[in-house]
Design a protein around this ligand. Structure first.
Ligand code: P6P
Length: 341
């Protein structure tokens, strides 16, 4: 690499962004740095999974009723301890914890932000070495500073997000996060241990030719969904060929491909899951916020994901997300089909 080439680290980038806001205090930048630190620690364990006793099941289930993997627990505990030690986070909510954790020390009580996360999304893929990831959402508190945060801070709609994103532990380790300004991708440079700007100002291609869904659930979908899947598989479209189907079963990986290459990722409602499977506050909202900042679109099928007012911490919503034209096409099929029976 040309030694003269200036690598811009995550810290340098967030500080430069902060300078655009005269009243900014740099706390959001510091919080993003802290999340980056936690994910670098998680990344170290993910990279050597298989060599140390950190693969496999933890032997317990989480609030979702899902079997917890040892790496799930490690990732969750790492994020909680790093964020509790940072001076910029008042509390957290996690897929792995039944309730929110409101830090009760003086620094945290005066922190402006709360963080929600899925510490290791797609963890069922760990043992088969498929990409997994950490998904995070950052809200400004609505509760008064000076005292511990409250549940109200965690039940804000996605359109109130200050920043959101993910870290994908894949062929390389990348952090991709959005503010209302833009979406930027940072690749971990292991030799210096820094996330460095590699994908500035990411935009989701408006047109996409890849659809991503667990087609094994097709028998449980409504007629509109089935009609859209048939459309994706037909060749008589303007492109003159069927779309490609890609499904990794790890939301971060399927979403990262959708962001970079375009397409649509769907986890719809079905006969067994009236609200789909994915959680609003730490899977769907952060991805919807990021996709909106990248000119994409995210719908529940009846409205924008970001407009859903949460009533429960772990509530689920159906999601259709990705290239605007494909999401709109899927909704067209969904709304025009008259479901018979
Ligand atoms: P299914 C992983 O367990 C996850 O939460 C997401 O990362 C992924 O998109 C989805 O569930 C996969 O679910 O039912 O297709 O295995």
């Amino acid at each position: 690499m040309n030694p003269k080439r200036k690598l811009i680290t995550l810290d340098e980038f967030t500080i430069q962004e902060t300078r655009q806001f005269p009243n900014a205090t740099g706390e959001l930048s510091a919080l993003l740095r802290d999340i980056g630190l936690a994910c670098k620690i998680i990344n170290k364990q993910v990279l050597k999974a298989g060599l140390v006793d950190i693969l496999g099941k933890h032997g317990a289930t989480n609030v979702q009723g899902e079997e917890q993997m040892k790496l799930d627990i490690f990732a969750n505990e790492t994020l909680i301890s790093v964020l509790q030690n940072s001076a910029d986070c008042a509390g957290i909510a996690s897929e792995e914890n039944d309730n929110a954790v409101c830090f009760d020390d003086e620094y945290s009580a005066n922190s402006k932000y709360v963080v929600l996360f899925d510490p290791l999304d797609g963890s069922s893929n760990i043992d088969v070495n498929a990409p997994i990831g950490t998904i995070f959402s950052i809200y400004r508190r609505v509760s008064p500073l000076g005292q511990p945060c409250t549940m109200e801070d965690f039940l804000q709609p996605g359109n109130k997000l200050m920043a959101a994103g993910y870290v994908i532990y894949g062929s390389s380790t990348m952090m991709v996060y959005a503010t209302k300004l833009s979406v930027n991708g940072f690749t971990l440079e292991p030799s210096i241990g820094e996330f460095c700007l590699s994908h500035p100002n990411l935009k989701c291609p408006e047109k996409g030719k890849i659809y991503s869904i667990n087609q094994g659930n097709t028998c449980k979908y409504d007629d509109g969904m089935k009609a859209f899947l048939n459309y994706c598989m037909e060749s008589n479209k303007e492109e003159g060929r069927p779309y490609s189907h890609r499904y990794i079963g790890s939301m971060v990986a399927d979403m990262h491909r959708t962001l970079i290459k375009g397409g649509i990722f769907m986890y719809p409602a079905d006969k067994s899951n009236a609200n789909g499977k994915l959680r609003l506050q730490y899977e769907c909202n952060p991805m919807a916020f990021l996709m909106a900042a990248a000119n994409g679109l995210a719908s529940t099928g009846t409205g924008n994901v970001l407009d859903v007012v949460p009533t429960e911490l772990h509530q689920r919503v159906p999601i259709y997300i990705g290239s605007k034209n494909l999401v709109e096409k899927a909704l067209e099929f969904k709304h025009s089909a008259v479901n018979v029976g």
